[in-house]
Design a protein around this ligand. Structure first.
Ligand code: PLP
Length: 378
């Protein structure tokens, strides 16, 4: 038999069979009443998922497209932005801002640490002209979370937006957009949505729409005002990814059936069991800050290359995880627990990790991690 595959990477994640089936239906036309009806339902479901009364834009793009639009729609060349850069995706905010002539002040965070909110507060106090703070709720490259709730509290009452990359946080942790005062929240279909890649979502607050009206960065495809207007008529500005939106309807139905709080609790349970399982196996975790609930970053044990663990997981056991990026390449590997993930994904992740390290001749408490995960998940 060919190797059975287990997709345990931090995106794309597996798509549930009922969602795959729904997406196999014949294409409907996007300017038809059928689509309008579908879109109206999806629009409402998305607001529930985001915990917002604000419109949530649906873009035919990957998450990065949503990030780019979240720079160009709210700022003008020469504006000042504060970027929390604690990994590959924080770095991406800086790159996008710089590409559009935004003046970036970076808070460089050691990879694996969570940003010190007092540092954000100090940077904002030092420069009242900062118009937006860009941050990740979950920095996927390091498996670390930042406290976006506390950051949003700092920008309330001043002329500054909190813009959150929630690409591996939305639908994973409880981060109510309105209650926390998050101004712009970006997410992507291949993560907590359990969909294939191809859709980006952006929730936009009233305050951020105010910025949108005067922002001067060049933009055309990612023009949020145009998308908002289309959304009001249950449409998208351009031809939408119809099949993905059909799948989205199915996913949002599943979310309602599970209940948001149960969904967050499931993710928290899987994350904890993964962390504890890895520790019991004799491994150490990479983050020194708050660990992400979506993905666990594990240090490669002494004398074993993290890339070899990642490769052994894939080629010998059929488990697709992720390696480390940049200077963490070879030092860590990452296993996800987001989206269509449940108890036996985590048991598989811990068991396969133990087996891969043993196969590479590394020191590991074979079976101890699985036992711990079973205790926590039973
Ligand atoms: C936190 C975070 N931001 C941004 C991205 C980029 O998303 P995409 O690859 O869909 O453009 C990812 C993807 O892994 C991510 O995890």
């Amino acid at each position: 038999m060919t190797l059975k595959k287990y997709l345990l990477a931090p995106g794309p994640v597996p798509v549930p069979p009922n969602v795959l089936n729904a997406m196999a239906a014949p294409i409907i036309h996007h300017r038809s009443p059928d689509f309008v009806e579908l879109f109206a339902e999806v629009k409402e479901g998305l607001q529930h998922f985001y915990q917002t009364e604000q419109p949530v834009l649906i873009l035919g793009a990957t998450g990065t497209g949503g990030m780019e639009g979240s720079v160009t729609n709210f700022l003008s060349p020469g504006d000042k932005a504060l970027v929390v850069n604690g990994g590959k995706f924080g770095e991406r905010w800086t790159k996008i801002c710089t590409a559009y002539g935004i003046q970036v002040t970076e808070i460089k965070v050691t990879w694996g640490e969570s940003v010190d909110v007092a540092q954000v507060e100090a940077a904002l106090k030092a420069d009242p002209a900062i118009k937006a703070v860009y941050v990740q709720a979950s920095e996927t490259s390091t498996g670390t979370a930042h406290d976006v709730k506390a950051i949003a509290a700092l920008t309330q009452g001043r002329d500054t937006l909190t813009v959150v990359d929630a690409i591996t946080a939305l639908g994973v942790i409880d981060m109510p957009m309105d209650a926390w005062g998050l101004d712009v929240v970006v997410s992507g279909s291949q993560k907590g949505y359990m969909l294939p890649p191809g859709l980006a979502f952006v929730g936009v607050s009233e305050k951020a729409w105010g910025f949108q009206r005067t922002a001067k960065c060049p933009r055309f495809y990612f023009d949020f005002a145009k998308e908002k207007k289309a959304l009001e008529g249950n449409q998208t500005a351009y031809t939408p990814a119809v099949s993905l939106i059909v799948g989205l309807k199915e996913v949002l139905k599943m979310v309602r059936e599970e209940g948001l709080q149960n969904l967050f609790a499931r993710h928290a349970r899987l994350a904890e069991a993964t962390r504890e399982g890895m520790r019991a196996a004799g491994l150490t975790l990479f983050p020194t800050g708050t660990p992400s609930t979506a993905v666990t970053a594990v240090n490669a044990p002494e004398g074993i290359d993290g890339q070899d663990i990642y490769k052994t997981l894939r080629t010998r056991f059929g488990v697709t995880a992720a390696g480390g990026q940049d200077h963490l390449k070879g030092k860590i590997f990452r296993i996800a627990h987001l989206g269509y993930a449940d108890t036996f994904d985590t048991i598989t992740a811990v068991a396969a990790t133990e087996m891969a390290i043993a196969a590479l001749g590394g020191k590991v408490n074979l079976g101890a991690g699985v036992r711990r995960a079973e205790e926590l998940l039973g």
